[in-house]
Design a protein. Structure first.
Length: 265
């Protein structure tokens, strides 16, 4: 079970100078990202951004094992539409700033753990290593019986539901409502939250467990907690530092101020 929030009030500086200092002095940083991380890459959000083709469908009704069992064609068409949208998107400046942050921390003998609730694969495409995908990935599809991953095409599937070379129906490798998060991913996330000097939450409200508990875990171990989000969230009054703005704007400046202008290699 995640620990109870600290009973003593924690300091709440809102200065970006405090964030720069925390990042520049950190050895290990954990980053929790949500939909806002990819917003400036043009990724349609789960509940919004539906095009005319899907305007009459409720995404909440398509993201369950029961929906797949009842209508695998419609469910896989929708997820394949989202997969192609993700393939068309490019990592933004926020993703690239995290790549540099990981490199800088690794250079000093530390590290950066990215714990993402996104399924779009943009962190890895940007160049981040060891990304923990808490909700799986829409870029990987697997057999419904064997659970074995199968290669996906560069464009849309040509049949729905798609099948493996052996004819097994495939499903997207994402976590549907009613399904548990991947055990290894959750364990890795708790380990990162326990070990970090700084925890960044970016583009997420961090309102649902287990993600909501990572802030409290990090704080209980003395880490500085920082939120990057253009709007107030349920996490805003639980963190030490609040940086208002989008990931693509705030993160590059934060990393540059912490480590200096990036030099050509």
């Amino acid at each position: 079970m995640p620990p109870e929030p600290p009973t003593q009030p924690r300091p709440s500086p809102t200065s970006d100078t405090a964030a720069v200092r925390a990042i520049s002095e950190a050895r290990c940083v954990a980053v929790l990202t949500g939909a806002g991380m990819s917003a400036e890459s043009g990724i349609p959000t789960f509940r919004g951004g539906m095009e005319a083709l899907w305007k009459d469908f409720d995404p909440m009704q398509l993201a369950t094992p029961e929906a797949y069992a009842a209508d695998p064609e419609t469910v896989t068409r929708w997820y394949d539409w989202r997969r192609v949208k993700c393939m068309e998107a490019e990592p933004n400046a926020g993703h690239r700033a995290l790549v540099r942050l990981q490199a800088e921390l690794t250079r000093r003998g530390g590290g950066l753990d990215i714990l993402t609730q996104n399924v779009d694969g943009l962190h890895a495409r940007a160049g981040s290593a060891g990304v923990v995908e808490l909700h799986g990935s829409i870029m990987r599809w697997r057999g419904v019986r064997t659970g074995v991953d199968c290669p996906t095409p560069d464009g849309p599937f040509d049949a729905f539901p798609p099948t493996s070379p052996d004819g097994e129906p495939l499903r997207p490798g994402v976590v549907w409502f009613g399904e548990p998060l991947p055990t290894q991913a959750v364990e890795a996330a708790y380990e990162a939250a326990n070990a970090c000097d700084v925890l960044l939450t970016i583009g997420t409200s961090a309102a649902v467990y287990p993600a909501a508990g990572f802030i409290d875990i990090a704080a209980a171990n003395g880490a500085v907690t920082i939120e990057v989000n253009p709007d107030d969230t349920e996490a805003s009054d639980r963190v030490d530092i609040v940086l208002r703005g989008t990931a693509a704007v705030v993160l590059p400046e934060l990393v540059e101020r912490a480590f200096g202008a990036e030099r050509d290699q």
